[in-house]
Design a protein around this ligand. Structure first.
Ligand code: TXA
Ligand code: MG
Length: 320
């Protein structure tokens, strides 16, 4: 099968209906990462989403909506607190876990009685959901265990020949997945850190967030974001990191631009937090093609970034 990258403008309603009749998943851009979409009530297409990604059926999917009414289609218990967060952060990189409506198939929620809902802040994603006329489930559009896709080319690299088309879009603005908050029990828990911080959530609801770092989304227990070559996180001063890297050959260093002049072989992630977050998955993917044995990087003071980096490194930290 030939896989085309097409603009949403050239996706006719006919072509879309045809894809739905054949239960074909559709990758589309969002402001966080690309998603692999299927109508929330099309179990055949949803099974294909799991199959294409190689994703365990025990890992539930996020339901994407393009307006507030659609939230009520998948949950009939949207609390006042949830409404406040929706008011402030939707559309945007926030996912709320709510009690699920019986009409949401168990396949979507992996049998849980909750459903994760998010409204993307991306014109193409919203247009697609509007064209479909109902919510779309979408995990990140990458092979399970691999870095998420922040560019149409990444989706193409993972699914070329397996799907007829990918909906084009700019590289993802944010570059890491949404913050997930479980709103079904107080104190509310952050199941996955993201661009929207717990401080920003507290500014709206007050200090009603709890849980420890052990409380994570079911999917966060699986391997994630892993590049082909082993990644190690170096912990120490810049000087110690530079000295350590001088002794390494057949290794690449990825990290903040400030290291560039002192490293033999480096791929820069950029000169600030925002850029580093945005380019992390792209650079991790780039390292797959390098003739190196190891990848090294450094810590950064950002919870969501470190959450992804730590998983990509399978927890390997070297203290210098
Ligand atoms: O930014 C994002 O959230 C992206 C874009 C495409 O929207 N999506 C995304 O999906 O990251 P995925 O499937 O890669 O990650 C979804 C996470 C998984 O860790 C999953 O376990 C969790 O959300 N999740 C889904 N439904 C849940 C539920 N009912 N309760 C708890 N966690 C849930
Ligand atoms: Mg994912």
């Amino acid at each position: 099968m030939k896989t085309d990258i097409i603009k949403i403008e050239s996706l006719s309603q006919r072509k879309l209906n045809e894809a739905f009749m054949r239960h074909i998943p559709i990758p589309f851009p969002t402001e966080t990462v690309f998603g692999l979409g299927a109508a929330y009530d099309d179990e055949k297409a949803i099974k294909e989403v799991f199959h294409l990604k190689g994703r365990p059926l025990s890992n539930p999917l996020i339901v994407h909506v393009s307006n507030v009414e659609m939230i009520h289609l998948v949950s009939n218990s949207v609390s006042e607190d949830a409404k406040k967060l929706i008011e402030v952060f939707f559309p945007g990189p926030l996912t709320l876990v709510l009690k699920k409506h019986p009409r949401v198939p168990d396949l979507v929620t992996a049998g849980y009685d909750t459903v994760a809902v998010r409204m993307p802040k991306h014109a193409v994603a919203c247009k697609l959901i509007d064209m479909v006329g109902k919510p779309l489930v979408a995990p990140s559009a990458n092979l399970s265990g691999k870095p998420s896709a922040t560019h149409p080319q990444h989706v193409y690299d993972d699914f070329n020949g397996k799907i007829p088309f990918i909906i084009d879009g700019e590289a993802s603005m944010i570059g890491i997945e949404s913050t997930i908050v479980d709103m079904t029990q107080k104190p509310y828990t952050i199941l996955r850190p993201g661009h929207i911080t717990v401080e920003a959530l507290k500014d709206v609801l007050g200090d009603v967030f709890g849980g420890d770092s052990q409380t994570i989304a079911p999917g966060m227990m699986h391997p994630h974001y892993e590049p082909t070559h082993p990644l190690y996180i170096l912990e120490g001063s810049d000087e110690a990191i530079i000295k350590f890297m001088k002794k390494k050959d057949r290794a690449v260093f990825i990290g903040h631009e400030r290291f560039q002049t002192n490293m033999d072989f480096m791929i820069s992630l950029g000169h600030n937090h925002e850029l580093m977050i945005k380019s992390l998955y792209h650079v991790l993917r780039q390292t797959n093609d390098l003739d190196v044995d190891e990848i090294y990087t450094h810590k950064m003071d950002h919870q969501a970034y470190m959450n992804r980096l730590f998983k990509a490194a399978k927890g390997r930290i070297i203290s210098l």
